[in-house]
Design a binder for this molecule. Structure first.
Ligand code: THU
Length: 159
């Protein structure tokens, strides 16, 4: 028997101005994408921006439904659209931000577990790590790989 532990490495910035250019631009695009959010039920407007290997950025926003499980988070809207548009390109990074009452949230908007599982699949498709940029009105966190958010993931169907 052995006790084990996991260390999560990430970079935290105090504001968007501190971010490297790539992360800054992607986060701005995620914030812009909140404008197409359809969230009449939660009034929580989420935007996501996905950077592909060819440099293209595909954005998405949450799309809600009166029958709530039929709606979809911004991250999955963006990721599925990105894979549809560029099926042979790797996903390099995804930025996420949210607005409430027209203002960027004070709290960080982390992707939900279902979205992280979809990111696991995106990462598996290319074999290269996906950077995750999580934004707020204040601090911003950058994770170098999906593995840091979900170190133990399901994905062994093919064995
Ligand atoms: N939502 C996202 O789009 N992404 C997240 O990372 C968290 C939650 C959406 C789902 C729903 O439309 C609303 O935010 C409230 O949960």
């Amino acid at each position: 028997m052995e006790e084990k532990n996991i260390i999560i490495n990430y970079t935290e910035y105090n504001c968007a101005e501190e971010l490297p250019q790539l992360e800054k631009t992607l986060l701005e695009k995620a914030i812009q994408a909140t404008s197409s959010s359809y969230a009449p039920y939660s009034k929580f407007n989420v935007g996501a921006a996905v950077l592909m290997g060819n440099g293209e950025v595909v954005t998405g926003s949450n799309q809600e439904n009166a029958a709530s499980p039929s709606g979809l988070c911004a991250e999955r809207v963006a990721l599925f659209a990105a894979h549809h548009m560029y099926p042979n390109e790797p996903v390099k990074a995804i930025a996420i931000a949210a607005k409430q009452n027209g203002k960027i949230t004070a709290d960080l908007t982390y992707p939900c577990a279902a979205c992280i599982q979809v990111m696991v699949e995106s990462q598996k498709r290319s074999g290269s790590p996906i950077k995750i940029i999580v934004g707020s009105a204040g601090k911003i966190q950058v994770f170098g790989s999906v593995d840091t958010l979900l170190p133990f993931s399901f994905g062994n169907l093919s064995q």
